[in-house]
Design a protein around this ligand. Structure first.
Ligand code: UQ8
Length: 178
């Protein structure tokens, strides 16, 4: 199992939740992801912010233009180091919980992120990685508060929460070594 791993983007999921007014809670997603884990364990996940999907095209476009500003900042990038030996030691069917330190680049700013990941080896060549508990993204860490305020105003809402829970299921496949 020496080799790099590639994200299976068709099978993977990435969701986030918004809260507006007093009690309107909605679940949304990003549809396009890409990523890989290099042989030395260096892992990168890229989230295409243009692929934001909230079930409302007008809202999607407003989030691209007024919040993420995708013309300038089209991608969110998560990077971290994975212990390749710990991964290799898992047998198919086995799972493990990893404490990870990652870095999240979003809207031109980068912030460290500590969380727990649940990793399961499915087969010799396939792993599943998911968050253990929702990862909370604070808009203020990425200078996104003004954008949320602009969305609130244009939609005529009383409030939109600026802390955003995200959750994900990622599948990785071992690349055959040439
Ligand atoms: C093998 C191995 C172990 C590999 C590991 C690989 C690896 C690297 C794993 C990564 C692990 C990790 C640590 C991942 C972390 C991932 C994170 C945290 C990524 C962040 C992703 C991200 C960009 C999240 C979004 C953040 C954010 C601030 C979102 C904002 C959401 C909000 C506030 C939405 C508001 C929506 C809303 C209510 C709009 C109002 C509205 C409008 C404007 C409208 O127009 C309209 O109608 C027309 C409405 O009504 C329908 C509206 O409601």
């Amino acid at each position: 199992e020496n080799g790099s791993w590639t994200l299976d983007s068709d099978s993977s999921y990435f969701h986030f939740v918004s809260y507006k007014n007093q009690d309107k809670v909605e679940s949304h997603s990003f549809e396009r992801l890409s990523g890989n884990v290099a042989k030395n364990g260096s892992a990168v996940l890229e989230i295409d912010l243009n692929s934001v999907s909230t079930g409302n095209n007008t809202r999607d476009q407003r989030m691209r233009d007024m919040l993420f500003e995708t013309a300038m900042h089209g991608t969110a990038v998560v990077s971290m180091d994975v212990d390749p030996d710990a991964m290799a030691q898992l047998n198919p069917g086995q799972r493990s919980t990893l404490n990870v330190n990652a870095a999240l680049q979003l809207h031109g700013l980068e912030t460290p992120l500590t969380t727990q990941l649940f990793v399961q080896r499915l087969t010799d060549t396939r792993y599943m990685v998911q968050n253990v508990s929702p990862v909370l993204v604070k808009a203020s860490d990425y200078s996104l508060e003004a954008g949320i305020e602009a969305l609130r105003q244009i939609a005529g809402l009383n409030a939109i929460s600026t802390t955003v829970p995200v959750d994900f299921v990622l599948y990785y496949d071992l690349q055959p070594t040439p």
